[in-house]
Design a protein around this ligand. Structure first.
Ligand code: PLP
Length: 338
């Protein structure tokens, strides 16, 4: 138990975007179908501007931005990034402007992908879009964003950059250390927890929060962007950086980190038949929406883990729904039923 982690956390500047704990719900029909006791943490309902996991992460970034006297938030992501849309909402809530840099990460997408879903919502939120031609170049995308910030500074503005690359303070992960505490304050009955693993801030933060509380429940990270080996290395790095940020020694062990990539193909932001089946199963079975890039892939990962026996039948399983539903509209041509 490292309760002091939570004291250290309380010292970080933070905005309050969530109105309270997100719901924890039992899913009876999917439980019967899958042969486990399935629960869902509704982090799609984090309240602000379309919700999702990034709202928790942004509480800390916007807190830091406010402390720095910022008037403009800059952030980079895929064209249908939920993060940049959520950042635009967070900026609006704090009376700041936002510049969203959209990267060309997903090849061959059609018109709906380029203009609907999160792109449309960000425009409603008053965000400015700029474009970055690369897709798999975190350092390049961050450099372009910093150049843009420098130009704004010359105009007398006060930009705050939310960086993408691993070499930065993992402020976003702090939001998920708190999410783990939130779940454990309600119950620690789970035998397994399944959560998407993209940048790793959500997976890393949640896992670190659990272990800081002395809870040893396995946390399965479902890869949405990189294969399991690359994602494992990334999680180790996040674990170290998180400890650094909190001024303590790393407290995660390698054996705590589980990454799975059975739902990743054909790649980041691309839809597979398996993921479409998972999205329909949740919609038809429980009346809840998942997205094709993250939460649908993660639920496909839940199904795989049960079918492969890595999660035993009869287990109490928590699936963390990280949101992303606005992106559904951008994928309507790929997902159309029948
Ligand atoms: C960004 C995102 C994720 C992945 O979270 P990371 O913290 O980047 O790993 C999962 N689900 C949704 C809906 C997202 O937008």
């Amino acid at each position: 138990m490292q309760a002091d982690i939570f004291d250290r956390l309380a010292a970080f500047p933070r905005e309050q975007f969530l109105t309270g704990p997100t719901p924890l719900e039992h899913l009876p029909r999917l439980s019967a179908q899958l042969g486990v006791e399935l629960w869902i943490k509704r982090d799609d309902l984090t309240g602000l501007g379309g919700g999702g996991n990034k709202i928790r992460q942004l509480e800390f970034y916007l807190g830091a931005a406010r402390d720095a006297g910022a008037d403009t938030i800059l952030i980079t992501g895929a064209v249908q990034s939920n993060y940049v849309r959520a950042a635009a909402a967070a900026a609006a809530r704090c009376g700041m402007k936002s510049v969203l840099q959209l990267e060309d990460r997903v090849p061959g997408m059609g018109a709906a992908y380029q203009s609907s879903g999160n792109v449309f919502l960000a425009k409603l939120l008053g965000a400015e879009h700029v474009f970055y031609p690369g897709g798999e170049d975190e350092a390049g995308a961050d450099a372009a964003l910093n150049d843009h910030a420098a130009r704004l500074r010359q105009e007398g503005r006060h930009p705050y950059v939310i960086p993408l690359g691993l070499g930065n303070k993992p402020l976003g992960a702090l939001g998920y250390v708190i999410a783990a505490q939130e779940v454990m304050e309600e119950t620690n009955m789970f035998d397994a927890i399944v959560i998407p693993s993209g940048s790793g801030a959500t997976h890393g933060g949640f896992l670190a929060g659990l272990r800081a509380l002395g809870v040893g429940t396995p946390v399965h990270g479902i890869c949405v962007r990189r294969d399991r080996a690359a994602q494992f290395a990334r999680l180790k790095e996040i674990s170290d950086r998180l400890a650094d940020l909190l001024g303590t020694r790393p407290w995660l062990r390698e054996a705590d980190i589980h990454t799975h990539d059975s739902a990743l193909a054909p790649g980041y932001g691309l839809v597979s038949e398996k993921v479409m089946r998972a999205i329909r199963m949740m919609a038809e079975g429980e009346g809840l929406f998942l997205d094709p890039v993250y939460s649908g892939k993660c639920f496909a990962g839940v199904i795989d883990l049960i079918e492969s026996g890595e999660i035993a039948r009869g287990s109490k399983v928590l699936f963390v729904h990280t949101g992303g539903v606005p992106a559904l509209f951008a994928y309507q041509d790929d997902l159309r039923p029948g």
